[in-house]
Design a protein around this ligand. Structure first.
Ligand code: 5RP
Length: 234
């Protein structure tokens, strides 16, 4: 099975977590896009009644295109579930996210959700987080000072993400600094705290103790892994 088809199947499988009446966080990326499309199909063909909160302008557009009713997170008192992609996950279900530059809205939505399902392919499973450069959203103001501070704290190179010749601007008007830690993040909770102490940091793409299940696509098909003592059960 090619990777595109694996992502599609995982995205559709993850949509099975969604039932009538749910308030659903809609993640960002090329895998969860298939979940959003499948949910739109069920809304239109099966009469599924849900409301969604998108985690990016890109996902908002897809959700609108497929007909999922959307609400503002501020208008409701939390979400039942969020389904989102990830760039890496480890055996404790800790995540690196933000490869699509949507980490701030993704984390706000994940924190407001009663449970979190990640859709991923099996290339994203790692022993130790960090081979994927860790995305960190930073303010444009004094961003090079923030990059220096990050580089000192993390002891690695930190590079502002570009979009062609200019820095990439997030949906929130900020920048993304990618920290090239290498696969060394053995204590992601401690690292998250250290990074968030730096004033110019808006948020970091370490999602700790949030993910309850991973819907995983691989060469042999799709399987779902559940975190022990998580908020979802098989
Ligand atoms: C966006 C993200 C994405 O969920 C992550 O990059 C995975 O995307 P994809 O499914 O396209 O590999 O965190 O900020």
């Amino acid at each position: 099975m090619d990777i595109g088809e694996a992502k599609r199947l995982a995205g559709i499988e993850a949509a099975k977590f969604i039932n009538n009446g749910m308030k659903v966080g809609l993640g960002t990326g090329s895998t969860v896009k298939h979940t959003v499309i499948e949910l739109g199909r069920r809304v239109n063909e099966d009469g599924l009644e849900i409301v969604g909160v998108p985690t990016s302008i890109a996902t908002e557009k897809i959700a609108n295109d497929v007909g999922i009713p959307l609400v503002q997170l501020s208008e409701i008192d939390g979400l039942d579930i969020v389904i989102d992609g990830a760039d890496e996950y480890d055996s404790n279900f800790q995540l690196i996210k933000g490869g699509g530059a949507a980490l701030l809205r993704e984390k706000i939505v994940a924190q407001a959700s009663d449970s979190m399902v990640v859709v991923a392919d099996d290339r994203k499973r790692v022993t130790t987080l960090g081979a994927f450069p860790l995305p960190i959203e930073v303010t444009p103001f004094a961003h090079l000072a923030t990059v220096r501070a990050l580089s000192n704290v993390l002891d690695c190179s930190v590079i502002i993400r570009m979009d062609g010749d200019s820095p990439l601007i997030t949906d929130n008007g900020n920048l993304i600094a990618d920290a090239h830690t290498g696969p060394t993040i053995s204590d992601p909770i401690e690292m998250e705290h250290e990074i968030l102490k730096i004033a110019g940091v808006v948020q970091v793409g370490l999602f700790n103790d949030m993910c309850d299940a991973v819907v995983l696509a691989g060469a042999n098909g799709v399987s779902t892994l559940y975190r022990s003592n998580g908020r979802l059960s098989s």
